[in-house]
Write a protein that binds this ligand. Structure first.
Ligand code: AMP
Ligand code: ZN
Length: 432
């Protein structure tokens, strides 16, 4: 039930035929919503006119602004009585982005998460602990139902209280943990405080996602916990987790093309990028009834990876998300993605696991300061050593992003921690 070769391993031609059929159904359904009903009428779109999946490019994009402007029910296609759950996307002010599901949608989503977990190596006899916020955030209930659908004993331990998390892991023999990467490094610190080695637990694999992280961060997490960490990508607008996931081979994320049409476009021209080029991921739901979304501009930047995966799944793979087009900041004329800074920092062994980039205006000039936790093992009060580490960080970051940052070293654990996704950039610049 969780391993679905009839979808995951379809030859391209058959997959595209399935996509076309599902897209036509999706468009017919979407047309019942006030938003798409009007949009399709305006553009003269009739689902049966599509004869090839590539013609999806003729359809209009949908943006987060469209979702917010039609808050709350403008995209809903079914009577209110049929709706059984809503989720919201994180981190925005004003009207949130709300996604509604009916029973079919929730069952389909749970299957996708189950399939994803299975691909990473989770099995029904495993114990799964879901260490993330439950509530409007999709990582909580999304993984809960997905893990249950796979048949795992699932511990909804939610966020926070690291000591209790470790106790639950020990007492129930947790094999699989899902958590946000920035939290896992904190959890490891508590393991250390308690004098417990993660390798002395039954842990077999980690699932990490929901926020951007570099390959270097993944390697650190794997080294700390002594198990593989699999990248999980998703967004509320497309359900949440279970959109794209790494299989056991960890070479990019299989994106479930039987349930999503995947495009990668140039964020400026909105035309498809050349094969293998980085661009903005655009997704269309193919198995959602209550609130289908057509050509959603995710703002997430990635590329298709070439070739086929050794696991035999034919669903294409995308590279880890290198950032969001709206994450990028411009400082002294240089475009910088936070993940570039993270990659440099995590390559330096003396650097701890947390950092924040602060942008300020000083004497009319934009200034970038990186506050960096020093690693616990290396921490010293030898001024000259700290000074050379500071310089090293500053030079390496400059080589990567072409702007010389100030570096402020702080003690391990000194930076403020957020409950959910980590905040990596504080932009305090005077605007205008
Ligand atoms: P939300 O819908 O609030 O949960 O946020 C979804 C967003 O989180 C995505 O659009 C991405 O920007 C980010 N995200 C989720 N998973 C990952 C991941 N594995 N790597 C990088 N960014 C991610
Ligand atoms: Zn694979």
């Amino acid at each position: 039930m969780c391993w679905q070769p009839e979808y995951e391993m379809l030859p391209r031609e058959q997959l595209e035929a399935l996509q076309l059929e599902r897209l036509q159904t999706t468009l017919a359904q979407a047309g019942k919503s006030p938003y798409y009903g009007a949009k399709f009428a305006e553009h003269g779109i009739a689902p049966q006119d599509l004869t090839d999946i590539s013609q999806i490019r003729q359809l209009p994009f949908t943006t987060k602004e469209d979702l917010r402007a039609n808050y709350p029910y403008g995209f809903v296609t079914v009577p209110r009585d049929e709706l059984v759950r809503l989720h919201c996307s994180s981190g925005t002010t004003g009207n949130p982005t709300v996604i509604f599901h009916n029973r079919h949608d929730l069952a389909s989503w749970a299957k996708l998460v189950a399939r994803s977990l299975y691909a990473a190596g989770a099995r029904p006899h495993h114990v799964f602990q879901n260490i993330c916020g439950y509530g409007l955030f999709t990582g909580g209930l999304g993984f809960q139902y997905g893990a249950e659908c796979l048949g795992m004993l699932t511990i909804p331990s939610a966020a926070g209280n690291s000591r209790r998390q470790i106790k639950l892991m020990q007492d129930f023999g947790t094999n699989v943990v899902h958590a946000i990467p920035s939290y896992l490094t904190r959890l490891y610190d508590v393991f250390e405080e308690l004098g417990v080695a993660p390798t002395d637990t039954q842990l077999k694999l980690l699932v990490i996602g929901a926020e951007p992280h570099s390959e270097e961060t993944r390697k650190r997490i794997e080294a700390l916990f002594g198990v593989k960490a699999f990248n999980s990508y998703g967004l509320s607008e497309m359900n949440g987790p279970g959109v794209a996931f790494e299989c056991e081979h960890q070479n990019g994320l299989h994106i479930w093309e039987d349930c999503y049409v995947v495009e990668i476009v140039d964020p400026v021209t909105l035309e498809p990028v050349a094969p293998g080029e980085i661009g903005e991921l655009v997704l269309t739901t193919l198995d959602r009834q209550a609130m289908p979304i057509i050509r959603y501009r995710t703002r997430d930047l990635t590329r298709f990876l070439p070739g086929e995966c050794v696991c035999g799944r034919t669903c294409r793979r995308i590279d880890r998300i290198t950032g969001r087009s709206d994450d990028m900041f411009i400082i002294r004329g240089c475009n910088v993605f936070p993940i570039q800074v993270e990659k440099v920092l995590m390559e330096i062994p003396q650097v701890g696991n947390d950092y924040v980039i602060v942008l300020e205006t000083k004497d009319d000039n934009d200034q970038m300061t990186i506050e960096v936790e020093v690693s616990r093992e290396w921490f010293t009060d030898d001024y000259s050593q700290l000074e050379s580490l500071r310089k090293l960080i500053s030079h390496r970051v400059r080589d990567e992003v072409l702007v010389t940052p100030s570096v402020r070293l702080v003690e391990p654990g000194a930076l403020p921690k957020s409950e959910g996704k980590a905040i990596r950039v504080r932009d305090l610049r005077q605007k205008g």
